[in-house]
Ligand binder design. Structure first.
Ligand code: HEM
Ligand SMILES: *[C@@H]1O[C@H](CO)[C@@H](O)[C@H](O)[C@H]1NC(C)=O
Length: 361
């Protein structure tokens, strides 16, 4: 298969960033079973860095690898492209890994560390255990990067670039990723347990968590649009579907059918690990349908629905309405918020790990 990407009309936003947001594009990206190396794709999408607003991100910069490892971005893109083509869930996996990395000690690759005799990792934290996936994909990308530029590209940057590519490859926006992060030499299971948000927390708790990370209410609502892709386990939405789902949704035929489908795959007890899409309308496409569903009272997680249905959610419910009505504003706010989230640093500094699972000895 040979795809002429120069023939595709890539929409541009006012800021000049690419906004590859159409469902057609996404279907296009994920339709093929086989993994074809798309040289053109990389040329078109990989080298758009120069144009967009290069706000100063203190230690991070857009050009950090330009001389140190010029092909870093292409390597990540190629592997992500193959992985997402193979299974779109890989996009969700990479996006969530970056989020869970940044919320614990900053974006420092700590989430990737395995348990060892001397150090307990974050993989067994409540929100991570039996839940986070994508570690093999990270290993695969890291191997490629080490082959090309040994000891240069950090695991934390791998996640940041990989998350951006993930979003782009399933139809979401493009943004330039500031890089130059270091990988931590430490890890904290305790912080992972306290700092990662949980689906049954109320809106005030969630908002204060994000504010504590330097992220605004707008950032939080936009970032939660990530739940337009990926899957959740029954244990995480049981309280919701046996709780206020019926009250928040308009109790129309579609909502009733959706709810009974959810309840049949997620009984009141047992089957904790049964999976359902976070966005049942378009589970593999990065679009704004998540907000439309929340607007209809059909959010899957309590935390998702809180954005609109919480009694104190004036600002958040306005944002839900805005994003449901305008995908381009959502894409713009999402991109901005991802750059901000990726900017959470670990003041300890660190190293460039050779293997993302272990600190260098
Ligand atoms: C209020 C904050 C958030 C809460 C409470 C939350 C909670 C959850 C839960 C419970 C799941 C399902 C996990 C499972 O059942 O195993 C999930 C999945 C997911 N979350 Fe969030 N999340 C939040 C914010 C975010 C943010 C900020 C991002 C990304 C920037 C994100 C990206 C994802 C993705 C992509 C998935 C699907 C993962 C997969 O399919 O493997 N979430 N989230
Ligand atoms: C990133 O963080 C630095 C401080 O660490 C700050 O000066 C800068 O404004 C931040 N950039 C963004 C886009 O949030």
């Amino acid at each position: 298969m040979y795809i002429k990407l120069d023939k595709l009309n890539i929409p541009r936003s006012k800021t000049g960033k690419e906004l590859i947001g159409t469902r057609e594009m996404a279907a296009f990206f994920t339709s093929s079973r086989s993994c074809v190396y798309l040289g053109m794709l990389i040329c078109v999408l990989g080298y758009q860095a120069a144009s967009s607003s290069a706000q100063d991100v203190s230690s991070l910069s857009l050009s950090y690898y330009d001389k140190r490892c010029p092909t870093a971005q292409q390597i990540v893109r190629k592997e992500m492209d193959c992985a997402v083509r193979n299974n779109p869930r890989n996009a969700a996996a990479m996006l969530r890994l970056h989020f869970h990395d940044c919320f614990v000690q900053g974006c420092d690759g700590s989430v990737l560390l395995d348990d060892t005799v001397t150090q307990v990792g974050e993989k067994t934290a409540y929100q991570n255990l039996n839940s986070l996936i994508g570690f093999d994909l990270v290993d695969r990308i890291k191997n490629q990067l080490e082959g090309e530029c040994p000891g240069v590209v950090s695991c934390a940057d791998l996640l940041a670039i990989g998350a951006r590519d993930a979003v782009l490859l399933v139809g979401g926006p493009y943004w330039d990723v500031p890089v130059g992060r270091k990988d931590s030499k430490t890890v904290s299971l305790d912080l992972a347990n306290t700092d990662l948000p949980a689906p049954n927390q109320n809106l005030v708790t969630l908002v204060s968590n994000f504010l504590g990370k330097g992220l605004s209410v707008q950032d939080m609502v936009a970032l939660l649009g990530s739940h337009t892709i990926g899957l959740a386990r029954c244990v995480n939405f049981r309280d919701r579907i046996y709780g206020d789902f019926e009250i928040t949704s308009h109790n129309d035929l579609t909502s009733q059918a959706y709810l009974s489908k959810l309840q049949s795959s997620c009984p009141e007890s047992s089957h904790d690990n049964n999976l359902s899409p976070l966005d049942y309308v378009s589970p593999n496409v990065f679009d704004n349908v998540f907000y439309e569903s929340v607007l209809k009272g059909q959010g899957l997680l309590n935390s998702d629905q809180e954005l609109y249905s919480s009694l104190v959610g004036f600002e958040t419910s306005d944002l839900v309405k805005t994003y449901a009505a305008d995908p381009l504003i959502f894409f713009q706010h999402f991109s901005d918020a991802m750059v901000k989230m990726g900017n959470i640093t670990n003041p300890e500094g660190g190293e460039v790990r050779k293997n993302c699972r272990f600190i260098n000895s």
